[in-house]
Design a protein around this ligand. Structure first.
Ligand SMILES: Cc1ncc(COP(=O)(O)O)c(C=O)c1O
Length: 498
């Protein structure tokens, strides 16, 4: 088994796709009536395409009256041409540009089927489906660490209080009482300026990422992503035909000059980041960089999607304030899933966004499912507001810290293994001994009932085969010791060529 991102397909871009892309951007307001469009050379350079492909796309747009030409000046957006669905027109000759877009980040633009389907994958989910005794791939809390009895007693109380619960829809945006509660909590604990109208409840963090990708990304848009990062987000962006621009994340954050350079040159639509106990590395982007990142987002019109999935899972000190707390202009969307510490089965995530982002997001949510199930929201609300939650969180932090320590001790038995000690979160990001491949190790692991996440799928470039992500949250101490012992043994066998 070699769980890598699917090999880059020879993505041949038809001029009709470029036509659709330009039309989408006109519709989105990137280019308004009578604005000058980039020259053929500029656009071909930006999209990494052959000039002829762009030339033909402009030709078709002109023929259909969407744009016009000014002698010796260039192409301009027309005034009165009504916008219609930018489906690609039939490419009668089926002629294709014979050039591919490498795309920054090694993401070859897939010759997407119409409307961006045909590129569906979720590699992480495939790994999670492999049955394993020692499952270190799941970023999930061991159910034994959750207050299960309390939760089940609670279910009855909630139904007593709301006898018509099963017969009622939630509003699309989410139950108002729950949003009020979460708002007050975010204001009090995290000093976030957020109102009830600025919160949306989604069915887990994954749905929030998917909705944002659907609303804001069009084929060939650039997206800044951390290297490495949460791979299911990468899969969402790839499925939309976006091009990934990887930004390395280090223990002291990002290279902000590089981020600014990318923003200036490529005008990315979005920067998807996980700056707090980052998945998979555990790094924390320092407070000093957070403010600056928001300024850059404002200056270059790039939406920051701040995924704060394990904000409350810290071991010693709470993390710095979210980037969202510095945002005054609406360039940050903030995702706080609760799947990682309370009742993951309920799939509750709060998304904070200002009006301009919230409005299309609400439409997308209504199209996706018309609102997260009310039962889940009410059960969650009553757990969240109980005193028991605070006690649970404190106990959970201690239990997870112990598991982290146990995993580190077990790993220390192997030679040449290196990792960063995270101060929160659920993972260790481990560098393997020289010459060992994470994918080969996973193949052996699966045979012996052990799984983890190979570095290749967390890397937008598909490299990092010398890294693995090990989650210490799902298995108990004894299983962690046994599993890591087995892992080190398998690595030794592979190193000896066995
Ligand atoms: C960084 C990050 N974002 C989002 C998610 C998805 O969260 P949820 O389980 O709430 O869909 C995960 C899950 O592992 C995650 O690690």
């Amino acid at each position: 088994m070699n769980i890598r991102p699917k090999p880059a397909e020879p993505g041949r871009i038809r001029y009709t796709q470029v036509y659709k892309y330009i039309l989408d951007r006109i519709h989105r307001g990137d280019w308004k009536a009578h604005d000058k469009l980039p020259s053929v050379r500029e656009l071909a350079g930006e999209l990494q395409l052959h000039r002829l492909t762009v030339f033909r796309a402009y030709g078709l747009l002109k023929e259909q009256g969407y744009i016009y030409v000014k002698e010796k000046s260039g192409y301009y957006v027309s005034g009165g041409r009504p916008y219609t669905d930018p489906a690609e027109p039939e490419d009668a000759s089926n002629t294709r540009s014979n050039l591919t877009t490498g795309g920054a980040g090694g993401t070859t633009f897939n010759a997407l089927a119409r409307h961006g389907t045909g590129h569906l994958q979720n590699t992480l989910s495939e790994i999670h489906q492999i049955p394993a005794v020692y499952s270190f791939s799941q970023v999930l809390i061991d159910p034994n660490l959750l207050p299960n009895l309390f939760l089940s007693d609670h279910v009855k109380q909630v139904f007593d209080r709301y006898p018509k619960l099963l017969g009622t829809y939630s509003s699309v945006q989410g139950d108002e009482e729950l949003r009020e509660l979460l708002c007050a909590d975010m204001q009090r604990k995290d000093k976030l300026q957020v109102s009830c109208d600025e919160l949306l409840i989604t069915t887990g963090g994954q749905q929030a990422i998917d909705l944002l990708a659907g609303v804001f990304l069009r084929p060939m848009d650039y997206v800044l992503v951390e290297r490495p990062t949460y791979s299911s987000a990468l899969d969402c962006f790839r499925q939309r035909g976006a091009r990934l621009l990887p930004v390395e994340i280090h223990r002291d954050g990002y290279d902000l000059d590089l981020v600014e350079g990318y923003m200036k040159r490529h005008k990315p639509r979005m920067f998807y980041m996980n700056p707090t106990f980052h998945n998979p590395t555990g790094f924390i982007v320092p407070a000093s960089q957070r403010k600056r990142l928001v300024e850059l987002a404002e200056r270059y019109g790039c939406l920051i999607v701040e995924d704060d999935a394990v904000h409350d899972v810290y071991f010693d000190a709470p993390p710095p304030p979210p980037l969202y707390s510095y945002d005054t202009e609406g360039w940050v969307v903030y995702l706080r899933t609760f799947s990682k510490y309370l009742a993951p089965g309920l799939r509750i995530c709060a998304v904070a966004a200002r009006a301009a982002v919230m409005a299309p997001l609400l439409t997308a949510k209504s199209l996706a499912d018309n609102g997260t199930p009310l039962v889940n929201q009410k059960l969650f609300q009553h757990c969240f507001e109980s005193e028991r939650l605070q006690q649970h969180l404190e106990k959970l932090r201690t239990a997870l810290q112990i598991r982290r320590d146990v995993m580190e001790q077990a790993l220390a038995a192997g030679t040449g293994w290196q990792w960063y000690r995270p101060q929160g979160g659920l993972n260790l990001w481990v560098r393997l001994p020289e010459g060992l491949s994470s994918n080969q190790l996973l193949t052996e692991g699966v045979r012996r009932g052990l799984t983890f996440v190979p570095g290749t799928i967390c890397d937008p470039l598909g490299e990092m085969d010398d890294r693995i992500r090990l989650s210490f949250s799902f298995k108990n101490e004894a299983q962690i010791r046994e599993g890591v012992h087995l892992l080190v043994q398998l690595a030794d066998e592979l190193a000896r060529g066995g």
